[in-house]
Design a protein. Structure first.
Length: 195
């Protein structure tokens, strides 16, 4: 984490293949609220920057990096390491996070834990978006990534979940938007406290 008075940066990643959809909107919403707190933010869509799945080759154990030829992963991993906080958003597919998101966190987690844990003590929060069911499991699934990475997870006034289906429905869930506002407030407060 940066010393006091040093700029902080939060990376927001949407695991939706639907560019410009509700998950993108939810992540952008939180990043926008963090930017209003003076925190630098960056957004990346896995729909535009998909990463390959882990090959379980374990070459990262010796190399301390992923050896797969995957420029998108290399870019994203460097951004995870450079950021002070990370927001992960995923739509719910058949009760869980998208394969795009799981490919990313499986590989980031594996590489970060080789040698020095490069994610330890960063702040992380997840957002799950669904038409109906599966939000709580997906929310927990993404939080497990933060917890095993020894990251710090702030809470909100409820689980960070939003009900939406068709593009543009994100802000129809007034309670979900309010929860994300609360999440952004707590996320920013925590970042500044531990800086």
């Amino acid at each position: 984490m940066p010393a006091k008075g040093v700029a902080m940066k939060v990376l927001g990643v949407s695991g939706s293949p639907r560019v410009g959809g509700n998950t993108d909107a939810a992540v952008h919403h939180v990043l926008g609220a963090l930017a209003q707190q003076g925190i630098e933010t960056e957004f990346i869509s896995l729909g535009q920057h998909p990463v390959k799945s882990c090959a379980a080759c374990y070459a990262c154990v010796e190399a301390k990096r992923c050896v797969l030829d995957d420029p998108n992963f290399d870019l994203l991993y460097s951004k995870f390491v450079e950021s002070d906080g990370i927001i992960l958003g995923s739509p719910v597919w058949f009760g869980s996070a998208t394969p795009l998101m799981m490919s990313l966190i499986d590989r980031v987690g594996s590489v970060a834990r080789r040698g020095e844990n490069k994610l330890k003590h960063k702040v992380g929060a997840s957002i799950a978006v669904a038409r109906r069911a599966g939000k709580n499991f997906t929310f927990a699934q993404l939080n497990y990534f933060f917890l095993i990475s020894e990251m710090i997870v702030p809470g909100a006034s409820y689980w960070n979940v939003v009900s939406a289906c068709q593009k543009g429905e994100f802000d129809r869930d007034a309670e979900g938007v309010k929860i994300l506002d609360n999440l952004a407030e707590n996320f920013g407060w925590l970042l500044k406290k531990i800086a």
